[in-house]
Ligand binder design. Structure first.
Ligand code: G6P
Length: 467
């Protein structure tokens, strides 16, 4: 077995079956432990002058190698190009995307620094797996330094429609850099199709062959739709541990017979939280009999607060939740419990289980694992109902949820009413179908499928992988 080197902006190893970590961290940590690999990335810390000094550590049996970045790097690469340019643009929010040459330069510089720093750690048989939009050009930077190993890339956010991507000044450079990889992965066929649309329209020399093998200038890459899942078994187990059971009991007591609707999201404009609140308000307005008998618990830990658009969405949600509560609350009941902090995943499992409805309504989302966790946490005898945005990547696999258009307050309001009235037999039938998918296509399935494609050189692909 080849050694795996995972490279991502954030380095977040997780203990085996850990209750507090995301599925991605658990799956990658398992693969790294198995292959005695290394997880390389940004430490999250800063230094006055970049030296390329690597801090080696072990966390829960996973070897990590991290570097500090200069304040200017963090500003231009992380807050800038990654989170002010690519993130909004790739989530179809061209209106908040900012295009600054300095951001693009910082992005290139940090990718080059990452390549330079990680290169000495790479041994000839290693397989490299690069993650997410922060590091798209990293493969090309490594090739330019003579790295000939197999390198895969996985994008965890949507790939935008071609017409949006054209608004990015250096779009062509960015896409051409992806041809340095051997395999590139997306969560859904939709995102992959948008990528192929761009390739056919903008890269005249490219040939798209069978199995989405794309050849450009003599190099072939394999593009694949490979949806990530959760660590279903570990999550179900943690849902039965004392922390989860306590959280479940506490929620039940605090709900006091009322039906609970749960939303859990990073505080991000892509999550459609304003639209969700407005949809819920519409439900309250059109169902006076529900007043005092239902509430929405929205957990939304703040995120990326150095970026103006994130501060704005936070202020907007403060205002909106306050207005709705002011309008509908009475002395014994508030319609929205709005909470700006995060909770450990095992506690969340208990909270999900106590909720009659999981409300997952992003305007765009690469996948959305909350939808899958909500399903995995349910009581099979009396499961809740998942309301899911059709614009989340998860919708491609989760057709048995109540799929909604998150932009339509009426659509969201109708789905809430329907979910609350849904007979138990229908809830069980839908949940079973969803749970089958969550069990079969879990995060280990995802990780093995992608790494198997990456490990096996495609017989069709030319052997020459020089830069
Ligand atoms: C999304 C991205 C990840 C990122 C995470 C948290 O899920 O796809 O790459 O790590 O958000 O965002 P942050 O900026 O805090 O790392």
């Amino acid at each position: 077995m080849s050694r795996l080197i995972v490279i991502s902006n954030r380095v977040q190893p997780a203990a085996d079956g850990a209750g507090n970590q995301g599925g991605l961290a658990v799956a990658l940590s398992a693969a790294l432990r198995e292959s005695n690999g290394i997880w390389f990335g940004w430490s999250g810390g800063e230094t006055d002058h970049f030296t390329g000094h690597i801090n080696f550590q072990r966390h829960d049996g996973v070897a990590t190698a991290t570097v500090d970045l200069e304040p200017q790097d963090v500003e231009e690469y992380y807050n800038g190009f990654a989170n002010r340019t690519l993130w909004p643009l790739f989530h179809y929010r061209i209106d908040v995307a900012e295009f600054e040459r300095g951001f693009a330069e910082g992005y290139e510089r940090v990718n080059a620094r990452f390549a330079e720093t990680v290169q000495p750690l790479i041994e000839p048989d290693d397989i490299l797996w690069v993650h997410d939009y922060h590091l798209i050009p990293l493969g090309a930077e490594l090739r330019a330094r003579g790295v000939t190993n197999r390198i895969g890339f996985f994008l965890h956010i949507p790939w935008p429609p071609m017409q949006l991507l054209l608004a990015l000044p250096n779009h062509r450079e960015l896409v051409e850099a992806m041809f340095a990889y051997d395999v590139i992965g997306f969560h859904t066929r939709d995102w992959l199709d948008s990528f192929l649309d761009y390739v056919s329209a903008e890269l005249p020399g490219a040939v798209i062959g069978a199995d989405d093998i794309i050849t450009l200038n003599g190099r072939s890459i394999r593009a694949v739709a490979c949806p990530i899942g959760i660590d279903t078994q570990a999550f179900r187990d943690s849902a039965n541990q004392p922390n989860a059971l306590n959280a479940f009991q506490r929620m039940r007591i605090s709900a006091n017979g009322r039906e609970m609707i749960i939303g859990v999201d990073r505080l991000d404009y892509s999550k459609g939280l304003q639209e969700r609140f407005l949809g819920y308000e519409r439900f309250l307005a059109s169902h006076p009999e529900a007043l005092g008998r239902v509430f929405l618990l929205q957990i939304a830990p703040p995120s990326r607060e150095d970026v103006q658009s994130y501060r704005e969405i936070r202020a907007a949600l403060d205002g909106l939740s306050g207005r709705i509560n002011g309008e509908y609350a009475d002395v014994e009941w508030v319609p929205i419990r709005y909470v700006n902090k995060g909770y450990p995943r095992d506690e969340l499992a208990g909270i999900y289980r106590a909720a009659r409805i999981g409300l997952v309504t992003p305007l765009r989302d690469g996948m959305n694992l909350v939808a899958k966790e909500y399903v995995a946490a349910q009581d099979p005898e009396d499961p809740g109902v998942l309301i899911l945005s059709r614009f989340a990547g998860a919708a491609e696999q989760m057709g048995e949820a109540l799929l909604v258009n998150p932009h339509s307050a009426e659509d969201v309001a109708d789905a809430i009413a329907r979910a609350l009235a849904m007979p138990r037999a229908e809830r069980i039938r839908r949940w079973r179908a969803l749970m089958d998918g969550v069990e079969q296509e879990d995060v280990l399935w995802w990780q093995r499928r992608f790494t198997a494609l990456l490990a096996a050189p495609d017989p069709e692909a030319p052997a020459d992988r020089a830069a």
